[in-house]
Write a protein that binds this ligand. Structure first.
Ligand SMILES: *Cc1c(COP(=O)(O)O)cnc(C)c1O
Length: 362
């Protein structure tokens, strides 16, 4: 038996009792009631994105978040196109790896992991590479917890007639995003991050006009975004292959709870309060935050090792036995560890975590 703990990771994260209970039944994958649930959550996702059904659609894809990103990259960009990828962490890098696997022309704009992507840097690349047709960037780079300013960059890129792709995996539902005004063609997120469901599928919020021009571009059968969209439209919410039925019901419940909490703005306030409490408390205990406060997301925080001989593994084990699971760091320049504050995590939990850390380091 695993000892129970609070997940302070950026997903999977700690979910509510009701979300877990929603999985306590074996549902049929092609039954009409189930298809209605799929249609209903697709609609709710558009509401969260504040976009309308005549212009946008929400398409779920089985698998983790990466499958959703890979679905967009592999099935909406042709061999004649060129993709500019803005990279300041592992998730931006992952898109570059995908482009390599599929032989997609791409240009990588690589920025230090501790710095945000800027409009200046993107402009410079667009001027230098006039062949660019597609642009991809990460909203919250979970690698460090840095929040990239998509609202400054994407509308400008779109003005150049470029198709825009945003990996908003760890921010959608927890940070308000104005998909239409920001001119996003494809926004990708997943079931197990700020919506606070369990892992099992990702989803793409796509501008219909862009998606509908991608018929036949897919390089794989199962990650074909256009075909999944068409099947769902023609068959009232039918997924193309076996869908994660338990996960979908948990997600449906999680969306209800997001609404009950007061929507994205209210959730964002709770996350911000959690993050501020965490960062301030940790600094009082002598830990330094990696990212400048100006760019720090309310999702996950990187802390620099307090001493050269800091034993993360031991620290992790001690915290785990106190009922908290945190995350190792993921960057090369500086040794760090990360603490997430999304999910069913409240002020009291942060207080208890800080108390546990205080006792460990004393
Ligand atoms: C979590 C995450 C992903 C997807 O990761 P999976 O492990 O495939 O779910 C992609 N991008 C970002 C920014 C993420 O935080």
């Amino acid at each position: 038996m695993v000892e129970k703990y609070l997940l302070l990771t950026p997903g999977p994260l700690t979910t509510s009792e009701k979300v877990k209970q929603a999985m306590d039944f074996d549902y049929c994958t092609w039954d009409d009631d189930y298809k209605k649930i799929t249609q209903s959550f697709r609609h709710s996702l558009l509401e969260l994105a504040e976009v309308k059904e005549d212009e946008y659609t929400a398409v779920p894809i089985q698998g983790s978040g990466t499958y959703g990103v890979e679905s967009v990259i592999s099935s909406t960009i042709s061999d004649d196109d060129t993709l500019l990828i803005a990279i300041n962490g592992a998730y931006g890098q992952r898109i570059s790896e995908m482009a390599d696997v599929y032989g997609i022309n791409h240009v990588d704009l690589v920025v230090d992991e501790r710095e945000p992507i800027t409009l200046e840097a993107v402009t410079e690349y667009l001027d230098k590479y006039p062949d660019i047709t597609h642009f991809a960037m990460i909203h919250c780079e979970t690698t460090t917890g840095i929040l990239n300013p998509i609202e400054d960059i994407i509308p400008y890129v779109k003005e150049h007639g470029i198709v825009t792709i945003v990996d908003a995996m760890s921010s959608f539902g927890g940070i308000p995003i104005d998909v239409k005004n920001d001119k996003i063609d494809y926004l990708i997120s997943s079931s197990n991050k700020c919506i606070q469901g369990v892992p099992g599928f990702s989803f793409v919020i796509a501008r219909k006009e862009s998606l509908e021009s991608t018929k036949g571009m897919a390089r794989t059968l199962s990650l074909d975004l256009y075909s999944q969209y068409i099947e769902m439209e023609r068959n009232n919410g039918k997924w193309r292959f076996t869908s994660p039925t338990h996960v979908v019901h948990a997600f449906y419940e999680a969306l209800k709870e997001l609404n009950e909490e007061g929507g994205v703005k209210a959730r964002n306030q709770r996350y911000q309060a959690n993050q501020k409490h965490l960062a301030t408390g940790m600094e009082e205990l002598g830990f330094k935050v990696l990212i400048d406060e100006k760019w720090q997301s309310p999702i996950i925080t990187s802390f620099i090792y307090p001493t050269a001989d800091f034993d993360f593994h031991k620290f992790y084990q001690q915290l785990k036995s106190d009922g908290f699971v945190i995350y190792p760091g993921k960057i090369s320049h500086v040794p760090t560890f990360r603490i997430g504050n999304i999910g069913e995590v409240y002020d009291e939990d942060i207080t208890n975590l800080l108390q546990a850390i205080k006792e460990i380091i004393q």
